[in-house]
Design a protein around this ligand. Structure first.
Ligand SMILES: C[S@@+](CC[C@H](N)C(=O)[O-])C[C@H]1O[C@@H](n2cnc3c(N)ncnc32)[C@H](O)[C@@H]1O
Length: 419
């Protein structure tokens, strides 16, 4: 495609993404479905340019105040992620002169907001929690996430998969903590690979694998994945159970559970029972009360731990949404807890960075249920699950993962044992 046309399309995509009325990944996919002629490099340039603006929106919006022409075009020129030659061929002399002037600005001299690119309501609690680690976190949130795989231990060993990937020309290292994980070099296309189509691997962030590991589901047990969604953790739990026992995958969204089905078929698991529930107090939950060995509550949350992949969330979430989520998380956790039998394990997890959705919810549960539930220190649970080098993964009794410290998305988990 001609560079001018490509930059125009990039501007059109950015305009749609910046409405912020839908998740950016959905807007980008829909846009590419409407423009099927775009090649993979062109798609990469368009998607990465939009994501770069989302990551550093406050900076770019400020810099764009000086140019001329439509705002979205100026933002595209500033954040362009395609080849530089394309940008040169697509721009007028006055635009190039403007870009040259902007490139002379030293980012270190800019106001703090334009360096962290976070809304105030999010920057404030993160500064409080992180102290000196705030800026390393900000930097990590603006970088792309690595691509991790989880080996399906029902079908293969990690070394075998690593060798099969190497034979296909793909280098991968074992993840530092999860015994199931491989971290790929780069972002290769995986869906046509034999190891993927045969269900030997799933794409799953190491942090997400650690949430399944801390649940430590065992052979023959009765297990509930309360907020199973498309089943990322369900598949890991089912394989850890070696396809024995019974694993219920609940969710209020039938649409998300539908997305679990092809993944289940690839995985070879037959111990998983997906079921749509109306809400957390559904009759199905009442019928299973007191019968379950392990319950994972991978709660609906702000998703702010995934900002590397979903930078739009920092502009789409709000303090009010976080408050509503906290109430929902509290209600789901209370209801899910009723499922456990004595000696059973309850795990509450999120992919949020905020204490309001993490420690605050866990501490309120502990306080309200001390007679029935005892906190299980995350370190103890991770050691028992044979997680490698677990000490740096915990903060007090909880699992706490950060992109800048652990190269994972931001995750939290608390565990309790029913008395
Ligand atoms: C963080 S996502 C789950 C991701 C999933 N566990 C995975 O690993 O792919 C949270 C899920 O909670 C579901 N959810 C929201 N409210 C719920 C409720 N009251 N009961 C059960 N699930 C709920 C959402 O539909 C969403 O799929």
């Amino acid at each position: 495609m001609h560079p001018k046309a490509l930059v125009d399309l990039s501007t059109e995509l950015l305009r749609a993404v910046l409405k912020l009325d839908q998740p950016a990944d959905g807007v980008v996919s829909a846009f590419f479905r409407q423009h099927r002629a775009l090649g993979s490099r062109e798609r990469h340039a368009l998607a990465e340019t939009a994501y770069t603006v989302l990551r550093q929106r406050l900076l770019f919006q400020n810099l764009a105040q000086s140019g001329t022409g439509p705002l979205e075009r100026r933002l595209v020129l500033l954040a362009w992620q395609g080849t530089p030659n394309y940008l040169l061929a697509a721009t007028e002399a006055h635009e190039q002169a403007w870009l040259d002037k902007i490139r002379q600005i030293d980012p270190a001299t800019l106001p703090e907001k334009q360096r962290h690119n976070l809304p105030d309501w999010l920057a404030a609690p993160l500064k409080d929690t992180m102290g000196d680690d705030f800026w390393p976190l900000v930097q990590a949130l603006n970088e792309a996430a690595p691509l991790d795989l989880r080996v399906n231990v029902l079908k293969a060993k990690r070394d075998e998969v690593r060798q099969a990937l190497a034979d296909a020309g793909l280098a991968a290292e074992p993840t530092p903590h999860s015994p199931w994980g491989l971290r790929l070099h780069g972002k290769p296309a995986l869906h046509k690979l034999d190891v993927f189509t045969r269900g030997l691997v799933e794409v799953q962030d190491e942090g997400s694998q650690l949430l399944a590991l801390i649940t430590d589901a065992k052979r023959g047990e009765m297990v509930v994945d309360f907020c199973a969604g498309a089943g990322g953790k369900t598949l890991a739990l089912g394989a850890a159970m070696r396809n024995t026992g019974r694993l219920y995958a609940f969710d209020v969204s039938g649409h998300r559970l539908d997305a679990l089905k092809p993944r289940l078929a690839r995985s070879g698991l037959s111990n998983v029972h997906p079921a749509q529930i109306a809400h957390e107090r559904d009759d199905r939950i009442k019928r299973l009360a007191g019968k379950i060995d392990r319950v994972l509550v991978d709660a609906p949350c702000s998703g702010l731990g995934t900002l590397r992949r979903n930078p739009d969330l920092k502009w789409r979430q709000s303090p009010k949404a976080v408050e509503e989520l906290q109430a929902k998380q509290t209600a789901i956790l209370a209801s899910a807890a009723r499922l456990l039998k004595p000696g059973g394990r309850l795990v509450y997890a999120t992919c949020s960075l905020l204490a309001a959705e993490n420690e605050a919810v866990a501490e309120a549960f502990t306080a309200a249920n001390a007679a029935q539930f005892e906190v299980l220190p995350a370190l103890q649970a991770l050691e028992a699950a044979r997680v490698e080098a677990p000490a740096p993964l915990v903060a007090g009794p909880y699992l706490r993962l950060w992109p800048h410290r652990h190269q994972t998305d931001g995750f939290f988990a608390a565990a309790w044992q029913k008395r």
